[in-house]
Design a protein around this ligand. Structure first.
Ligand SMILES: [Fe+2]
Length: 337
C-alpha cells in the first residue's frame, strides 16, 4: 500500500480506502493489493478529500465512524463535487451502526460491507460495482457514436432539403420492422447505424444532380447509382461500422434482380438490404418531392402489394403491410408530442 502518486499505474484499477482503524485498513488494503488493485489510503474523510484532489479513483471504500470527518459527511461532500459524483462508493460498517446505515441509504449509498470483511465478499461487491460502471461507460460511448453518425448522416441529408427528415423516418420504420421480426439487440444496433448511414455515399453526388427537380440524364443517373458502392468505400475502414455494409450496399437491390449496384436476386440480397428497400421506398412515397406531392396511402399500399415478389421480398412486404402500416397510421392520426 502507498500514497505515492508518482508510482501510479494507470492500467490497474485504483481504490481509495478511507478507514481510521489501522489494523482494519492494513488488512483490507492487503486483500485488495493481492488482487492487483492500486490502493490509496486515507485516515478519515478530510484526508480522503485531500487525496481526491490528486487522484480520481475507480471506487471508494469508506468507514462511517471516523474522527475529523466521518464517512457520511465525506460522502455528502464528495457527491457535491460534480467531477467526483459518479465514483462508486461503498460503505464499510460495523454491525452495531444501524442508524448510520439508514442515513447512508437515504443518501443513496447502495452498497455496504459489514466488518469484519471477508475477501470474497469484498471482491464480489467491488467487481460488481466496477462492472456496472463499465456497462454504463460502454452505453455512453455507444450513444456518442450514434450521435456522431446521425450528425454525419444529417449533414448529407441537409444538402437535399426535399428529403429533410428522411433518415430519421427511415430509421424509425426500419426499427419497427426489426422489432416485428424479433431481432436481437446486437442486430438492432446494426440496423440503427445502417438505416442512418444508408445514403452516406450520396456525399459524392454533386449538388446539381442531388437537388435536380426534373428527371436525371443517363450520366447523372449513373452517378446517382454509384452511391451504395461509394458509401461502402467510405465506411469499410471503420471496423465498428462493418454491420452497416449490407444496408448501405443493398438497399437499391430488387427481389427480381433488376436493382443496383449488383443486380442481386431474391435471398442473394442480404435481409438487411431487403428490409431497408421497403422502408426507404415507403418513406419516399409518403412524403412530398419537388416534382410530385406525397402519394395517397392507398396508392402506397398498392405499390407495396404490387412490388411484393418483384421489387420487394414478399415475406417482408407482408410483415410491413400487416404490422408496420397500422403503426404508421396510428402515429399519423396521433403524432408523438
Ligand atoms: Fe439510397
Amino acid at each position: 500500500m502507498h500514497a505515492n502518486f508518482a508510482r501510479m499505474n494507470i492500467s490497474r484499477k485504483q481504490i481509495l480506502l478511507v478507514e481510521d482503524n489501522h489494523f482494519m485498513r492494513d488488512t483490507i488494503a492487503r486483500m485488495l493489493e493481492l488482487e492487483h488493485f492500486e490502493v490509496f489510503i486515507a485516515e478519515n474523510g478530510l484526508d480522503g478529500l485531500e487525496i481526491l484532489k490528486k487522484v480520481r479513483p475507480d471506487l471508494i471504500l469508506s468507514d462511517i465512524n471516523m474522527p475529523a470527518m466521518d464517512g457520511i459527511t465525506f460522502y455528502k461532500t464528495m457527491r457535491a463535487i460534480p467531477a467526483l459524483a459518479a465514483i462508486p462508493f461503498i460503505f464499510l460498517t460495523a454491525n452495531d451502526a444501524p442508524e448510520a446505515i439508514q442515513e447512508g441509504r437515504e443518501l443513496g449509498v447502495e452498497d455496504y460491507l459489514t466488518k469484519p470483511v471477508e475477501t470474497k465478499d469484498l471482491l464480489a461487491i467491488i467487481n460488481a460495482r466496477l462492472l456496472r460502471v463499465a456497462d454504463v461507460q460502454i452505453a455512453h460511448i455507444g450513444q456518442a457514436y450514434l450521435d456522431t453518425v446521425t450528425i454525419l448522416a444529417n449533414s448529407i441529408e441537409g444538402r437535399d432539403p426535399y428529403t429533410f427528415g428522411h433518415v430519421e423516418r427511415v430509421t424509425k420504420y426500419a426499427r419497427w420492422m426489426g422489432e416485428a421480426l424479433n431481432w436481437s439487440s446486437k442486430r438492432m444496433r446494426g440496423l440503427e447505424f445502417g438505416a442512418r448511414l444508408h445514403d452516406i455515399g450520396k456525399i459524392v453526388v454533386p449538388d446539381n444532380v442531388l437537388k435536380k427537380a426534373g428527371p436525371l440524364s443517363q450520366s447523372e443517373w449513373n452517378l446517382m447509382q454509384q452511391h451504395p458502392t461509394r458509401g461502402v468505400k467510405i465506411i469499410h475502414e471503420i471496423k465498428l461500422l462493418r454491420e452497416t455494409i449490407p444496408y448501405i450496399l443493398c438497399h437499391h437491390e430488387k427481389w427480381d434482380g433488376t436493382g443496383y449496384p449488383n443486380r442481386l436476386k431474391g435471398e442473394e440480397i442480404p435481409l438487411e438490404g431487403r428490409l431497408l428497400a421497403i422502408v426507404d421506398v415507403f418513406d419516399a412515397l409518403t412524403t412530398a418531392r419537388p416534382y410530385r406531392a406525397a402519394r395517397k396511402l392507398e396508392e402506397v399500399v398498392h405499390v407495396l402489394r404490387k412490388g411484393a415478389g418483384t421489387h420487394f421480398d414478399p415475406y417482408l412486404a407482408g410483415v410491413f403491410l400487416e404490422k408496420i402500416l397500422p403503426r404508421y397510421m396510428a402515429e399519423v392520426e396521433n403524432p408523438p408530442a
